[in-house]
Ligand binder design. Structure first.
Ligand code: GLN
Ligand code: ZN
Length: 766
């Protein structure tokens, strides 16, 4: 019989219970026992739901109060010494490592947070040193995977504990600062493996019959040494000697280039993602059919909100069964469902038609079960298969999805649409004359503090408690406040402050045809921060201007230049749930055309400087080097240029990037006149030098907007001095790292004032 498996379920609760409880605990409103109880209830509900849906392999240890990788660091005693100083209990230590702790006499910063592959989830990076002493807690009750396995068992649910595997745990981590160049992480393997072994033995003794070990790094480019480490690690772990089934799981990409690394490992089977990398099927089946390994077919997408296409999935499943036999095949989610919203039933405002296209985590459980059943006995799920067939046709032909005018316009994009009238030096000559900006022009990235008052008014407007006119008056008064402040401290290029925007993607998405919105479609981004991505459901078009009104108002009340502010095509795409029926490039170009019209409208309305933000440019980069990545470099840059190249030479296009190490060449390809880049935490002269050859103008962010800390004028002077040592001074803009949305007004005022003073200091000198 073909079995069904779910690699993990969202742990935030159907109503974001975990967020509420965690934040209440942090602010001292509930006790630790109360928080623990909320976690326990969520786990119980998740397990029971999966059992009720007939899932055979239900994950445990997929829950976390902060991050599953951080859980493992804590479990294995990978705890940098500063966190051990204060006698914190386990959970408080977890939070201190995840988000830092400043309380009474305690002051520790958080560990580094990094993106989980190409998803919008962030994990806390394990940090190792040569004498890291891996060990399990003495008390079994503190061994999380064991405790949770037993907890489920007590509820009558047999689960499959999930652990991040040893090679991924080490290679996703980094050495502590002093050992950055000297510590080879894989050299820690011999010390680490015995701890895995004793953990898995404990799980087996407690009754576990199955265990899943995630090795997601297998979808990355791995050097020979890392590839070889798999054999060493798993041979020495020797799971085949234990009476339990072990599955190594990968997801988010193809494993084929690393196949040799895992081909002969002593485990029972493998899980692969055939939603992201269907092309690996043939290679994998021909390898497996000559072996005894079992295959878990990842076919229900753990990363999106779309209903599965059963007929298409069944082809993959049936091919697997034909080669391996039903007993060796499991039907599974492609990855953990962590990256999908919890339950579609909570969406009371979506139209029935759109709703009929979606499956959230709860609905995906049924899909896994139906597919597993269909693999052995199609008749028993005949009505489900038929309904699914109807869905596929309905979606393909839906008016909500298809817009021929948009498709034709994308097909008609020409090279010249992605090219400005003249190259930068000629444009700059015109701009220099027109703007007459001083040396070291000062500006900000766009948003100003989003105060409680702004949130209250937005809320009132959304609930219909104030009229559109009243809301507009309020927004204009906020814009005016921001403009007057910028004039007062003498910034050179002003912004309107973005008070009307709750989120830089959703704000535009709401005004674009072809987007859908959820009420409750939250997914965890990191810790207690969840996001609610809008969904691209069809061809995208703009019924009317989206940002012109606010920019024009701001420009009308000042003689200084005000930047128009837009979100770029790649960021719109990456921070939405994309379509799965059209490639990402096409969606990016549709967005590019929407933005192109907006850019033109801004220009026509007298907005001369327009910033198109692309903070997500880096995260769209395919995980592996090669053709796909090279192609991305090209189309991502082109989609930006199509958005922005419709303007006259005089119009100055800005762009902004953050959250990532960017390759200056990638930025160069966008051909923006001015770019601003997150920079303040980069303590790295090499990175400054990399931008030396950047041909256009550039602002390297001078202060960290994630922290309330206020840098003094002298600090700004020192920082600018360092940059000016290598950077051509005529090209250099002065700005913060990113938008000031999450900051308070107090610190914003002082920081920006000091920044402007420092720019003036250097103006005198040059
Ligand atoms: N213009 C946006 C802001 O200032 C940019 C935000 C971002 O880069 N994440 O908030
Ligand atoms: Zn930013």
């Amino acid at each position: 019989m073909v079995q069904s498996s779910v690699l993990g379920f969202p742990r935030i609760g159907g109503n974001r219970e975990l967020k509420k409880a965690t934040e209440s605990y942090w602010s001292g409103k509930i006790t630790q026992e109360e928080l623990i109880k909320v976690g326990k209830d969520i786990r119980a509900a998740n397990w029971k739901l999966q059992k009720a849906n007939g899932i055979d392999l239900i994950a445990s240890n997929d829950f976390s109060f902060y991050d599953q990788v951080l859980d493992l660091s804590l479990l294995f005693n990978v705890i940098p010494s500063q966190y051990n100083k204060y006698n914190l209990n386990n959970l408080d230590k977890l939070f201190a490592m995840g988000r830092g702790l400043q309380k009474d006499s305690i002051d520790v910063t958080a560990l580094e947070m990094v993106k989980w592959f190409d998803s919008n989830y962030h994990y806390v990076r394990p940090t190792f040193n040569p004498s890291t002493e891996f060990k399990l807690p003495e008390n079994d009750a503190d061994i999380k995977p064991l405790a949770e396995y037993l907890e489920a068992k007590a509820l009558g649910v047999e689960t499959q504990p999930v652990l991040l595997g040893p090679i991924s745990f080490l290679t996703l981590g980094k050495p502590e600062k002093e050992y950055l160049d000297s510590l080879d992480l894989l050299s820690l393997l011999p010390k680490l493996i015995p701890v895995y072994k004793s953990l898995i033995e404990k799980l087996q003794k407690a009754g576990a019959k199955n265990i899943q070990i995630d090795e997601p790094v297998l979808v990355l480019d791995l050097d020979k040494k890392t590839q070889d480490a798999f054999k060493t690690a798993y041979d020495s772990l020797n799971l085949a000697s234990l009476p339990l089934k072990s599955t190594i799981a990968t997801y988010f990409g193809t494993v084929v280039p690393n196949l040799d690394a895992i081909k002969t490992l002593p485990v029972s089977g493998f899980h692969f993602d055939f939603t992201r990398a269907p092309e690996q099927l043939d290679t994998i089946l021909s390898w497996l059919s000559a072996s005894k390994y079992a295959l878990s077919v990842g076919i229900v997408d753990g990363r999106n909100v779309w209903k599965n296409n059963f007929a298409k999935s069944l082809k993959v499943i049936e091919a697997s069964v034909a080669k391996l036999g039903a007993d060796r095949v499991t039907v599974a989610t492609s990855s953990s469902l962590l990256h999908t919203p919890v339950d579609l039933e909570a969406e009371t405002k979506l139209s029935e038609e759109i709703k009929s296209f979606f499956a959230f985590a709860t609905q995906k459980l049924k899909e896994v079960k139906v597919l597993a059943t269909a693999a052995s006995d199609k008749n028993s799920v005949e009505s489900e298969l038929k309904a699914n067939e109807e869905y596929v046709t309905k979606r393909q032909t839906s008016k909500l999805i298809n817009n021929t005018a948009v498709q034709e316009r994308v097909a008609g994009i020409t090279d010249s649409m992605g090219r400005r009238n003249h190259p930068f030096p000629e444009r700059y000559a015109v701009q220099k004359d027109f703007y007459k900006l001083p040396l070291f022009p000062t500006t900000t990235i766009g948003s100003f503090p989003q105060t409680k008052e702004i949130r209250i008014n937005r809320n009132k407007f959304q609930k219909g408690k104030i009229s559109a006119e009243e809301y507009e008056t309020f927004i204009n008064s906020e814009i005016e406040k921001v403009i007057r402040f910028q004039e007062e401290i003498d910034l050179d290029v002003l912004v309107h402050g973005e008070p009307e925007r709750n989120d830089m993607t959703a704000y535009f998405g709401e005004q674009i045809n072809g987007y859908a919105f959820t009420l409750n479609g939250w997914v965890q981004s990191y810790g207690s921060r969840y996001v609610r991505p809008p969904v691209i459901i069809g061809d995208l078009s703009r019924p009317k201007p989206m940002s012109v009104k606010e920019s024009v108002y701001a420009q009308s009340i000042t003689t200084k230049h005000v930047k128009g502010m837009l979100t770029g095509p790649i960021t719109m795409l990456r921070w939405s749930f994309p379509r799965d029926d059209v490639d990402q490039k096409t969606q990016a170009f549709q967005l590019a055309l929407v933005l192109r019209d907006e850019v033109k409208d801004l220009e026509n309305a007298g907005i001369n400087i327009i910033q198109v933000d692309e903070p997500a440019l880096r995260e769209g980069l395919p995980l592996r080097s090669g053709a796909e990545r090279d192609a991305y470099y090209k189309w991502a840059a082109e989609s930006f240029r199509v958005s922005t190249s419709c303007v006259e030479d005089k119009t100055q296009i800005h762009s902004h990037f953050c959250y990532s190490d960017l390759d200056p060449n990638h930025i160069k390809a966008l051909d923006a006149d001015v770019v601003s880049i997150e920079f303040s935490k980069k303590d790295d002269p090499n990175y400054i030098r990399e931008f030396k050859t950047y041909p256009n103008h550039v602002g390297l962010g001078l202060f960290d907007i994630h922290s309330p800390r206020v840098p003094s004028k002298e600090e700004f002077i020192t920082k600018m001095g360092k940059i000016l040592e290598t950077q051509e001074y005529e090209k250099f803009w002065v700005n913060p790292d990113c938008g000031l949305k999450t900051r308070g007004w107090e610190e914003t005022k002082v920081s920006l004032t000091n920044m402007v003073e420092a720019a003036k200091f250097y103006r005198e000198k040059y």
